[in-house]
Design a protein around this ligand. Sequence first.
Ligand code: GTP
Length: 463
Amino acid sequence: ERLASSYLKVTEEAASSRQLIRYCVDPDWLPYEAIREGEHVGISSDYIRYIESHSNFKFSLVPTTSWSETLNFLQTGRCELTPMLNKTATREQFLHFSHVYFHSPNVLVSLKEQPFLQGFENIGSRTLAVPKGYRLAEYIQHYYPKVKIIEVGSEPAGLEAVLDKRADLFVGSMFSVNAYIQQTGFNHLKIAGWGGPEDELRMGVSLGHEALLPILNQVLDDVDELERIRIYQKWNNITVIDETNYLLIYQVIVGTLLVVFLLATRTFFISRYNRRLTDKNEQLEALRLRLEHTNAELEFLSTHDPLTKLYNRHYFNRQFVHEHRSEISSEGAICLVMLDIDFFKEINDTLGHAVGDNILMELSGVLQHCVRETDVVARWGGEEFVILCHQTSIDLVKTLCQRIAAAIKDYRFSGNVQLTCSFGIAKLVNNEPMQSCFERADKALYQAKALGRNQICVDEFNT
Ligand SMILES: Nc1nc2c(ncn2[C@@H]2O[C@H](COP(=O)(O)OP(=O)(O)OP(=O)(O)O)[C@@H](O)[C@H]2O)c(=O)[nH]1
């Protein structure tokens, strides 16, 4: 019936202007070609459509049930073209061939537990399934006559022979093996090695129709690379690799999230640690400032009199008395003044100790107001004070003491007290220890007291 309908089509096409070509294909050789529900499918079907759209040819499929039948139809003139096959010596007896337009490697297939093989020379005593009429059958018989061959009707039949253990190995095109394993899910099959020379697929036209070849070659040669890739990809849908890619993407995302999480955790802990460190540093800095302040206070207390805030005797001794200095320059010498309040006991006794304290503080202010910046005033003890004057002379110091006495006289002290002081002056002489100068100043003060108080006396050694 199918043959009848195809011949009917031939008659119809003969009437049209296009040149009709009847062709046969391998009915079960995906992804290269096959017949499914009466239609030609696979890679060669797209090349046939391409040639139709780029030439004056009109193709008409003559369906067959096996590759052997296709070869038979070509020899007997029931079709004049087959679109995808290898060139062999046998086939050249009844076919002419176009240029090669598709390359494809062949592979050996075995069950997973079988060892890997380098090629046909290592097959040994194993049996090899080969589709009947395929170029490989011819090739192996010619070059490897010792290999035990089992002829099968098609490539799927060969793979099933391996699965059923009727054959140890199958040899066929890598693309069709791949397509078959994907369709059937026969994952316990594996590629066991390369299988002979790669396929160089062409179109074949039967004898007497070789005039078709120049046009076929021209169109096939002109198919651009993009079109070739499109056709190849359309019929080699490798879904397993897609799944692997999704898994890979998933793994990369999880890995990236993990790294981000670890980095975020690390950053969190580092910043918390830094905050704590900053807090501790601030506390330490506050403690350091308090310590500095306390030390400054201690230093002040140890060197100053707490009531009058003048230098105390301890400081004065350390700085000036026990340091054996005798600085006498051309500009002037060092002079000491010992100063004592007159009748201070009476003031304390009549007005009270608190008033006495106030008077001591007020007198300290007067002394500091009267001296030069370079002079040093200290409280020697009780109501006694000492003034150290640098680069001066006895006359200048005397003038200073008079100025102080006048200021005291004019000052209104607490309790409305009229105060007077006695002064003893001594000048440091060359190489004299400071202690000795002190003693002389003290002696001069004693003299001032003896002369009736409110006096300024210079040590007799300096007069
Ligand atoms: N309010 C007060 N009085 C003090 C302080 N230190 C010493 N005095 C008093 O100073 C008085 C010194 O008395 P005296 O040594 O007799 O000397 P004076 O009464 O000033 O008599 P002359 O020095 O001889 O003129 C004593 O009454 C001490 O108690 C002090 O820090 N505050």
